[in-house]
Design a protein around this ligand. Structure first.
Ligand SMILES: N[C@@H](CCC(=O)N[C@@H](CS)C(=O)NCC(=O)O)C(=O)O
Length: 112
C-alpha cells in the first residue's frame, strides 16, 4: 500500500517515498493544523502508532520531536505531560498522553 495524499489534486506518493516520517512531513507541508500537535520521538513505537493512525486518517498535524535524553523533563513538556512520557497529542483544549487513548480518540473523531 502506498502513502496516500490527504488532499485532492495532489499526486499519490511513489513507492520510494513510502516512509511514514517523510509522508507525515508532506502532510504537514500541505496544510498545517495548528490545533493538533504531536510530541513524539521517531524511534518510540508508541509515538509511531499514533503517527501512523494520523496518516491513515489523513489528519494534518504538527510534529514536535523530543529527544528522550532529557527533553521529556523540560518544564514546557512537563506542563503537557507531568508523567514525562512521549507521545502526547494536543488537540486544542484536549491533551492526551496514552497512546491507546489517543488511537481511540483519533478513530472516534476522524472518520475515514
Ligand atoms: N503507556 C504509554 C507509554 C509511553 C512510554 O513509555 N513512552 C516512553 C517512550 S516509548 C517514554 O516517554 N519514556 C521516557 C520517560 O519515561 O522518561 C503509552 O502507550 O503512551
Amino acid at each position: 500500500m502506498g502513502c496516500r495524499s490527504p488532499f485532492p489534486n495532489t499526486p499519490t506518493l511513489p513507492n520510494y517515498v513510502k516512509s511514514r516520517h517523510l509522508a507525515a512531513k508532506l502532510v504537514v507541508s500541505f496544510e498545517k493544523n495548528p490545533m493538533l500537535k504531536l510530541y513524539y520521538n521517531p524511534i518510540s513505537l508508541n509515538s509511531r502508532r499514533v503517527w501512523v493512525a494520523l496518516l491513515e486518517k489523513q489528519v494534518a498535524f504538527e510534529p514536535i520531536a523530543l529527544n528522550l535524553d532529557g527533553d521529556q523533563f523540560a518544564p514546557d513538556f512537563l506542563a503537557i505531560n507531568p508523567f514525562h512520557r512521549i507521545q502526547a497529542l494536543v488537540d486544542g483544549d484536549l491533551t492526551l498522553v496514552e497512546s491507546l487513548a489517543i488511537l481511540h480518540c483519533i478513530d472516534a473523531k476522524y472518520q475515514t
